[in-house]
Design a protein around this ligand. Structure first.
Ligand code: NDP
Length: 248
């Protein structure tokens, strides 16, 4: 349960898993700020769907890894809503390649968006949370950050980095009423995984005890629990939503 009047920022909330998270938090009664980078029409549609839940929703365009854009996002949220209670660092990219072929820009772009973006947004969000002595941060990692994946060394490094980052932040702010946790999805049906060849999808499903891909709503369900009023004693944890793939 989320107390009425809480304000959530969901980065990359215009489509995919982020959109489902934004909708889920809206249905719990939170006002939502959605950040997106390029897909404007999708973000507008997501905002409309969020508003249909009867809450306020504002859209902010920008790159989570650009300090100026992140400043604008959090200033904009403060101007629009006057508070910030929940941050979900969901924006993420992949640039897959085998290690021996991986180009420096493929490595840099993934680390920059997934890890630096999470750092910049977390730093900006902590200020109002510390002042309010209440906050919930959920960072979206991946099972790939737990067990690795051939062709995704850059992505795995960024997602494993998010786990260490989150544990450190959780320790720093635990006594101020703020929790920080990680949700690590397995393979979820979105545009990110939609481009995989059917053969690869079948190989993946064969490794999942549940025998299927996850749904974005199933990830959102766990995020909703972690940002709720009742989860105040859960911090620094990584919850895999992966159909039993990793069972850590
Ligand atoms: P999508 O590719 O469907 O969506 C990615 C979202 O991130 C988009 O909203 C995109 O904005 C946004 N984004 C990307 N780069 C930036 C940036 N630099 N600044 C701001 N926003 C940005 O991905 P998914 O929904 O599948 O993934 C969401 C998260 O879940 C990611 O962190 C991903 O790594 C993680 N994940 C996904 C899994 C899956 O199977 N799908 C499995 C495990 C983890 P825009 O639309 O404007 O481009």
């Amino acid at each position: 349960m989320i107390e009425g009047g809480r304000v959530a920022v969901v980065t990359g909330g215009g489509r995919g898993i982020g959109r489902e998270i934004a909708l889920r938090l809206a249905r719990e009664g939170a006002d939502v700020a959605i950040s997106y980078r390029k897909a404007e029409a999708a973000a507008e549609a997501a905002a409309e769907a969020v508003r249909e839940a009867g809450v306020r929703c504002e859209l902010f365009r920008g790159d989570v890894a650009a300090p100026g854009d992140v400043d604008d996002l959090f200033k904009g949220v403060n101007e629009a809503f006057g508070r910030l209670d929940i941050l979900v660092n969901n924006a993420g990219v992949t640039r897959d390649n085998l290690m021996m072929r991986m180009k420096e820009d493929e490595f840099d772009e993934v680390l920059r968006t997934n890890l630096k973006g999470t750092y910049l947004c977390t730093r900006a969000a902590l200020r109002p949370m510390v002042r309010a002595r209440w906050g919930r941060i959920v960072n979206i990692s991946s099972v790939v950050g737990l067990v690795g994946n051939a062709g995704q060394a850059n992505y795995a490094a960024s997602k494993a980095g998010i786990i260490g980052f989150t544990k450190s932040v959780a320790r720093e702010v635990a006594q101020r009423g703020i929790t920080a946790n990680v949700v690590a999805p397995g393979y979820v049906e979105t545009e990110l995984t939609g481009s995989l060849p059917e053969k690869v999808k079948d190989q993946i499903k064969a490794q999942v005890p549940s025998g299927r891909f996850g749904e974005a709503g199933e990830v959102a369900e766990v995020v909703a629990f972690l940002v709720g009023e009742g989860a105040g004693y859960v911090t620094g944890q990584t919850v895999a939503v992966d159909g039993g793939m990793t069972m850590q």
